[in-house]
Design a protein around this ligand. Structure first.
Ligand SMILES: NC(=O)C1=CN([C@@H]2O[C@H](COP(=O)(O)OP(=O)(O)OC[C@H]3O[C@@H](n4cnc5c(N)ncnc54)[C@H](O)[C@@H]3O)[C@@H](O)[C@H]2O)C=CC1
Ligand SMILES: O=C(O)[C@@H]1CCC=N1
Length: 269
């Protein structure tokens, strides 16, 4: 089997990228081989997407166009140490790493001479609404970057940043969907506390976040300007905003991004 796209690790993010790439016809299922040690997972991916599956990472390393690393950072050393040189018949793939924290220096030590792009996507990639930051390694030529971007653009927007900012990206957009989900859950609980039935509270909370994000994206309104427009003098919103400020909401968000950024740095060291 000639493997154009190889994916090592068929978990949440491996599947998110895989599913969108197939839906967008960026790759045919027959061009993709994905490895995972969990047999149940392999069977699911093969049945759901019609891709090739294996428990042997070495077979996936034979990919000729893109080799996507979608394993946890904690197993990177052992997985990379057991891999043969990527590619076959002189066709070397670009390695696309989505591993939190793992720096290009470490990736390039593990795969000498291979073009490597470090990236950080996020879970909205599953529905094509992700955002990914990328940082190219020293061996990356424009055509390698294009190949990596083609994969990542199938799941959302792509921005390029200096590698020194990748941990901060991980703390913000990589981890951010969890913060937003907690916010939506908390808004829902607030609605329930105020007497709303839970299903209606959940619908109101979700659409409020989605609608506000869409409004801000389409109008390019500054967040403070939008807040001012909602906040009537002596009205309801300022009463709520005052409570958020008293509870340290802004500070909690800033500290969350900072803590996740630091954790990303730790994972790579
Ligand atoms: N979940 C998220 O929101 C995001 C995760 N990431 C990064 O993506 C990577 C994967 O994360 P998830 O998909 O969330 O994790 P996951 O735990 O859902 O998937 C990891 C997969 O790797 C498999 N695996 C374990 N050992 C392996 C081995 N030796 N060889 C091959 N596969 C092996 C596991 O069975 C599992 O299916 C991580 O490095 C993480 O930092 C990046 C952006 C967002
Ligand atoms: O929590 C994590 O480590 C991964 C990286 C970004 C999102 N999830």
């Amino acid at each position: 089997m000639l493997v154009k796209l190889g994916i090592i690790g068929g978990g949440v993010m491996g599947e998110a990228l895989l599913s969108r790439l197939i839906a967008r016809a960026a790759y045919q299922p027959g061009d993709i081989l994905i490895s995972d040690p969990m047999q149940q997972r392999r069977e699911f991916l093969a049945k759901q997407y019609g891709v090739g599956v294996t428990g042997d990472n070495a077979k996936v390393a034979a990919a000729t166009e893109v080799l996507l690393l979608a394993i946890k950072p904690q197993v990177f050393e052992s997985v990379s140490a057991a891999l043969p040189s990527p590619g076959q018949n002189g066709q070397i793939p670009v390695i696309l790493s989505i591993l939190a924290g793992v720096p290009l220096s470490k990736l390039e030590r593990a795969f000498p001479g291979v073009p490597i792009v470090r990236s950080m996507p996020n879970t909205p990639a599953t529905v094509g609404a992700g955002i990914t930051a990328i940082a190219p390694g020293t061996q990356v030529q424009p055509e390698h970057l294009d190949r990596a971007k083609t994969v990542l653009q199938a799941v959302g927007d792509v921005v390029q940043v200096p590698e020194s900012l990748m941990d901060a990206v991980t703390g913000l957009s990589g981890s951010g969907p969890a913060y937003v989900a907690i916010f939506i859950e908390a808004l829902t609980d607030g609605g329930v506390r105020a007497g709303l039935p839970r299903p209606i509270a959940a619908q109101l909370a979700l659409q409020t976040v989605l609608g506000t994000a869409t409004l801000m994206q389409e109008t390019q309104l500054h967040p403070a300007e939008l807040k001012d427009r909602v906040t009537s003098p002596g009205g309801t919103t300022i009463a709520g905003v005052a409570q958020l400020e008293k509870a340290g909401f802004r500070s909690a968000c800033i500290e969350a991004v900072q803590a996740a950024t630091e954790r990303s740095r730790q994972l790579g060291s």
